[in-house]
Design a protein around this ligand. Structure first.
Ligand SMILES: *Cc1c(COP(=O)(O)O)cnc(C)c1O
Length: 486
């Protein structure tokens, strides 16, 4: 129940019309349609009403409500999905769109978008073609798979595989692999959704071949292996590899304990090349999992592959053909922009010597720290040049970058950052400005009252200028505010 004073505040809330005709709102009347102004005014008044009811508003401020309405109306004009400069040092940053596309992939998207395309048209036969054909041969050539299909993302791929091959049957999975990938993708939930009966085996830290053996029944349809992606267990642990699972499945089918028992690996990050620079921690490649005997392997297109968002399933042709015919394949299919980007990305892999240079994700992960340091030095100079003396002091420091995206979680990637310490303003204040108020948001990190700008995740030298501009804008804003916000 609102108190008496709340009730009187509620009564004093302005009329929508009053807000629309306030100078802070009416100034947009020429730029924006009347309905948008009305809607924005309604939202602003509603916001004030909620604040009164929550007890956080003690007086009606018409100017503030009008200003809020004006901002809301104007926000509709501004793009929401925008470019960001990633100076965080997290290479496959899920919140920032994971992999940056190679120039060839961007060009391919542009070509396909600018006109009509061969999306489902076969120019040889002059007849209807299939969108599945554009990438399949490339994926097979690069992984050694018999067949492949690409869908919306790896979560969709896992869902599709479980639905087609494990619905109404049992899928055996190690307790050490019942992972949550983030963003609400959890193996037990996806099992439920696909009507597979999950059979957990082993313990959190140790699962043995015998645990899988003991779980087998005539109802078992799948041995599922899930790559633990974003975490690792260390110490007293054991898990069962694909080659052993293959042996178990073959044995069980040979003595007729099971029928049509599949070995499926949700590999997550989907490396096509072994990143030797990470030594023993390098993620296994898709090719290795297939060669070890997996019937099906699925992985993301925008993690270690370095392409667009996609989920790719590779494996035996008869199984992939069943997936292609599944109604979910239609529901989860890729659009032409993604297919164009994926195909162009895959084509880069045909030339192994180019891969580490030309796939931005792999370049950022593998680049020599000396090259990163040289870029950091360039960045330091550019920011220093953009700012008058007496604002900041800067140095290039050794730091640690991360792969992100659930890949290589154990790897501390040596990197170089520009460390910015503030003589005016402050690190927190500046970091917030760079993200929320700068024209191109710049994502950095904060450490001990300094802003750290990681040079490893900068896409190109263009971004050095953008960062310098961002710092100039921050100090210009401080000057406007009339002094130090220490
Ligand atoms: C990332 C990941 C997923 C989800 O893939 P998306 O492409 O993000 O849908 C599923 N399983 C594993 C093991 C992963 O690492």
């Amino acid at each position: 129940m609102p108190s008496a004073s709340d009730t009187s505040l509620l009564r004093d809330l302005p009329q929508i019309d009053e807000v629309i005709h306030h100078p802070f709102v009416i100034c947009f009347a020429e730029m924006l349609p009347q309905e948008q102004l009305t809607q924005a005014a309604r939202e602003a008044v509603d916001g004030a009403r909620q604040a009164i009811l929550a007890g956080t508003c003690t007086a009606i401020d018409l100017d503030a409500i009008a200003q809020e309405a004006g901002m809301r109306a104007l926000a509709l004009r501004k793009p929401s999905l925008r470019r960001v400069v990633n100076a965080s040092g997290v290479v496959i940053h899920t919140n920032l769109g994971r992999s940056v596309l190679a120039p060839e992939a961007r060009e391919a998207v542009d070509q396909v978008m600018a006109g009509y395309s061969t999306l489902e048209y076969n120019t040889e036969l002059r007849a209807r073609g299939s969108r599945h054909n554009h990438c399949e041969r490339l994926i097979c050539a690069l992984t050694g798979a018999e067949a492949a299909i690409a869908v919306n993302n790896n979560a969709a791929a896992v869902m599709m595989v479980l639905t087609e091959f494990a619905a109404g049957r049992q899928a055996v999975v190690s307790r050490g692999e019942l992972v949550e990938i983030g963003g609400s993708f959890r193996i037990p939930d996806i099992m439920k959704l696909s009507h597979a009966q999950m059979v957990e085996v082993g313990t959190t830290n140790k699962t043995h071949a015998i645990d899988y053996e003991r779980a087998l029944t005539p109802e078992t349809g799948m041995l599922l292996k899930v790559h633990p992606s974003n975490y690792r267990m260390i110490g007293f642990t054991e898990s069962v590899g694909i080659d052993e699972l293959r042996g178990i499945a073959d044995g069980a089918m040979a003595d007729e304990r099971c029928h049509d028992l599949l070995v499926y690996e949700d590999q997550g990050s989907g490396a096509f090349v072994k990143l030797d620079c990470f030594g023993a921690y390098a993620e296994p490649t898709v090719k290795t999992s297939l060669a070890a005997g997996a019937d099906l392997v699925s992985f993301s297109g925008d993690k270690l592959l370095g392409g667009p968002q996609a989920g790719i399933i590779v494996g035996r042709k008869e199984l992939i053909d069943r997936l292609k015919a599944h109604p979910l394949a239609r529901a989860l299919r890729l659009d032409k922009m993604t297919l164009a980007a994926l195909e162009a990305t895959l084509r880069i892999y045909l030339d192994p010597d180019r891969v580490l240079d030309d796939i931005p994700t792999l370049r950022m992960l593998s680049e020599d720290v000396d090259v990163v340091r040289a870029r950091a030095e360039k960045l330091r100079k550019a920011v220093s040049k953009a700012l008058p003396r007496g604002n900041v002091s800067m140095s290039v420091v050794e730091e640690v970058a991360r792969a992100g995206g659930g890949a290589l979680p154990m790897c501390d990637i040596p990197t170089a950052c520009v460390k910015v310490e503030f003589e005016r303003g402050g690190a927190q204040d500046c970091e917030a400005f760079l993200v929320s108020r700068n024209e191109v948001p710049i994502v950095a990190r904060i450490s001990h009252d300094a802003v750290l700008l990681d040079a490893r995740t900068l896409v190109d030298d263009d971004e050095i200028g953008l960062i310098a501009d961002g710092f100039s804008a921050y100090f210009a804003e401080l000057d406007r505010e009339g002094g130090d916000a220490l």
